[in-house]
Design a protein around this ligand. Structure first.
Ligand SMILES: [Zn+2]
Length: 294
């Protein structure tokens, strides 16, 4: 057998072996936080049994793209669990690849999702009738705003733009948490999809992480609305602003002022509502800020 043939034969064996399910001992798959709950973001950390060029994952119907951290030899990806996900066991399926010698690695691990406790205390809020009983003309404006959001929210950019922890957009007290049940003019709404900061109008609002300004325009319910794209389907949303300090397409750094707070749109008064959207589901911003991220 020539050296060339030996190389080919060795390569074929590697491919054959690698396509078999890898032994559990060769992979380390962890989550941060260790306990997963519905509505929470999660950082998956993976140590692979071999040097890989790419690692992707499938989790609750979402596609994950992992990033390699050479310092810790760990692959990581930020994901989440929607608030509607029932408690149970769910699989994280991993697929790694390297081109030379060509090999595929597959591994899966199940994670338990527990039920989070979100406030059930109902609060009576009064907002203008145009938000609860809109006229036909207002309904058309609502429809237009909805189209803008659907269009922009589905523009997933493949590359990760965030780096390090997400920080608070304002140095202020929290006035309403994520997941609480609210009632507007006696009509029950869906659970609160963001986090409210008690700030007077005109307070500087900071970007929670690095990203690109996806939206900076008025919409019906959100008022003056800024959306930052952090890549891989992760967005942060800033609502009810009185003033914009950025325009669509701008690249911003964490902590950079993107606007001033206000009470535009469906707001009972001046406050800052921030939301975190990941591949179509809303996640708890407070839990995201608590996550230590690479
Ligand atoms: Zn809110």
């Amino acid at each position: 057998m020539t050296l060339q043939n030996l190389r080919i034969a060795a390569g074929a064996i590697v491919v054959f072996c690698a396509l078999l399910p890898a032994h559990a001992a060769t992979w380390t798959v962890r989550s941060q936080p260790a306990r997963l709950v519905n509505g929470a973001p999660v950082l998956f950390q993976v140590k692979a049994p071999a040097k890989l060029d790419v690692l992707s994952g499938a989790w609750l119907g979402h596609q994950l793209t992992f990033t390699y951290d050479a310092a810790t030899r760990t692959w990581f990806a930020l994901a989440g669990v929607s608030i509607e996900t029932p408690p149970g066991k769910y699989l994280l399926e991993l697929t790694g690849a390297r081109p030379s010698p060509q090999a595929l690695y597959n591994f899966s691990r199940s994670f338990t999702v527990a039920r989070a406790t979100y406030p059930k205390i109902k609060v009576e809020l009064t907002v203008e009738k145009k938000f609860t009983e809109p006229t036909p003309e207002q309904l058309q404006q609502i429809e237009e705003s909805k189209k803008v959001k659907e269009d922009y929210f589905n523009r997933v950019t493949p590359d990760r733009q965030w780096s390090g922890a997400f920080t608070a957009p304002a140095d202020a007290a929290i006035s309403d948490v994520f997941g609480s049940q609210r009632i507007f003019n006696g009509v029950a709404q869906s659970p609160h999809q963001g986090l409210d900061f008690r700030v007077p109008a005109g307070t500087p609002v900071a970007a929670m992480n690095c990203g690109t300004v996806l939206l900076a325009r008025p919409t019906y319910f959100e008022g003056n609305f800024v959306v930052l794209d952090h890549g891989q389907g992760l967005l942060t949303l800033y609502l009810h602003l009185s003033e914009f300090k950025v325009k669509e397409g701008d690249v911003v750094k964490r902590g950079e002022v993107i606007g001033l707070s206000g009470g535009t749109g469906r707001a009972t008064g001046p406050h800052l509502h921030v939301a975190v959207r990941w591949q179509g589901t809303y996640l708890d911003p407070a839990r995201l800020m608590q996550l230590p991220l690479p």
